[in-house]
Design a protein. Structure first.
Length: 403
């Protein structure tokens, strides 16, 4: 009986293959032979089929190929990565980031690709964050839209305003910060590398569970801010996420007037940022950044100028040093080491002051650090940084370069 069933199975398989070949030939597929294939060539032995990969092998294969360019240069190139990390602000945490790059028009090596990043974080301290940011570059780079959406809940510390308070832990008080902000900037190209356009901003913050109300005596615990402004940019970078050459100079002027709903405060902000990138030797990129942010008027505590965190003067506790004016300078050497692995080392200084004439050399805040980079996607690195400042240090995990 078994031999009869087996013979019937092979005859059906051969007949099916012959009918498929005849159909494809009739449809114009000249590469398919008109005669049926031999029966022995139709069914391959089970041990010759490729073995299915387990979950570990699939993850390894995904990361092995993640930085390879797509065959179609116009294709949306997406990647997802996550893992544990630690920082002074949020303690032990788990983060997940999804990134994507794409071109809206015909791919052009002289025009950077658009990018988008979606992030989510949660930590043992109770910190929770979700955010979206990106830059959309239209065909021929005639227009750009920068956008940002961020929400977080964070148990953190507040020292007050000014250098003297920030260096004295006697002023430190704990509180929980609930923060939401969104921003969108539209830029139009008016020259070969020059972009200008308007921007809109909205933010809302609430401080709860304050341990020392005396530190907050002159500051509102709830602040809602609406802003409008104009920004300009000169940009010759070869890409937006991991530049290797070029310069960028950015200027922005923001206004937060009372008639827009800023009932408890009215102020303005001027910011300037210049960055430069150049190759110094094989695999070595020198990157420089100088930044200044100057605010005027009745500025609420959450809109004051500050530094620290994951981008400028890494290693300082974000928000510890805050005042109306801030300046910082960082020089970073990025060295490719082997395959997708790179190392960085940086040094910098920062200052805060109540006004432009208040900066003091005696209040210099030094910053040094080292970091590791792994090329997750083309021109998109996973980075781990350890930074050191004045009586502090910090660990940073992020996507793309700090600047």
């Amino acid at each position: 009986m078994f031999q009869t069933i087996k013979a019937f199975w092979w005859r059906c398989t051969a007949a099916t293959a012959m009918l498929a070949a005849c159909f494809l030939c009739a449809a114009g597929q000249d590469s398919i032979p008109a005669t049926p294939l031999p029966v022995d060539s139709i069914a391959a032995p089970a041990d010759s089929l490729p073995a299915k990969k387990n979950i570990i092998e699939r993850i390894k294969a995904y990361f092995d190929d993640s930085n390879k360019p797509k065959k179609d240069p116009k294709a949306f190139d997406i990647g997802v990565i996550g893992g544990p990390f630690y920082s002074n602000e949020v303690k032990l945490a788990l983060g997940v980031v999804a990134t994507g790059s794409y071109s809206l028009g015909e791919p052009d090596s002289l025009i950077p690709r658009s990018f988008v990043a979606i992030k989510g974080k949660i930590s043992t301290s109770g910190f929770v964050e979700a955010g979206l940011e990106g830059t959309n570059i239209f065909p021929r780079d005639r227009f750009r839209i920068n956008y940002l959406l961020d929400y977080y809940y964070c148990p953190t510390d507040y020292w007050g305003i000014g250098y003297d308070r920030a260096v004295n832990d006697d002023f430190k008080s704990k509180y929980n910060e609930i923060y939401f902000s969104t921003r969108i900037d539209g830029l139009m190209r008016i020259g070969r590398h020059i972009f200008v356009g308007p921007g809109l901003l909205f933010s809302r913050v609430k401080a709860t569970n304050i341990t020392d109300s005396a530190v907050w005596a002159t500051q509102p615990q709830r602040v809602t801010s609406f802003g409008v402004g104009v920004s300009g940019m000169f940009d010759t970078r070869d890409n937006l996420t991991a530049p290797t050459r070029g310069v960028t100079v950015e200027f922005e002027q923001l206004f937060y007037p009372r008639f827009m709903g800023n009932t408890s405060h009215s102020f303005s902000v001027t910011a300037l940022t210049a960055r430069a990138y150049q190759r110094v030797w094989r695999g070595g990129i020198l990157a420089e950044r100088i930044h200044g942010r100057f605010s005027y008027g009745n500025v609420p505590w959450n809109m004051l100028s500050t530094f620290g965190g994951s981008n400028n003067l890494r290693g300082y506790y974000e928000g510890q040093y805050r005042d109306k004016c801030e300046m910082d300078l960082t020089v970073e050497l990025r060295q490719h080491v082997w395959r997708r692995n790179s190392l960085v080392v940086w040094g910098g200084v920062g200052y805060i002051a109540p006004n432009l004439g208040g900066f003091r050399l005696s209040q210099t805040l030094p910053n040094v650090g080292v970091g590791y980079r792994w090329e997750f996607k083309k021109n998109s690195n996973v980075r781990i940084d350890i930074g050191f400042g004045k009586h502090c240090n910090g660990f940073v995990f992020g996507i793309n370069e700090a600047f």
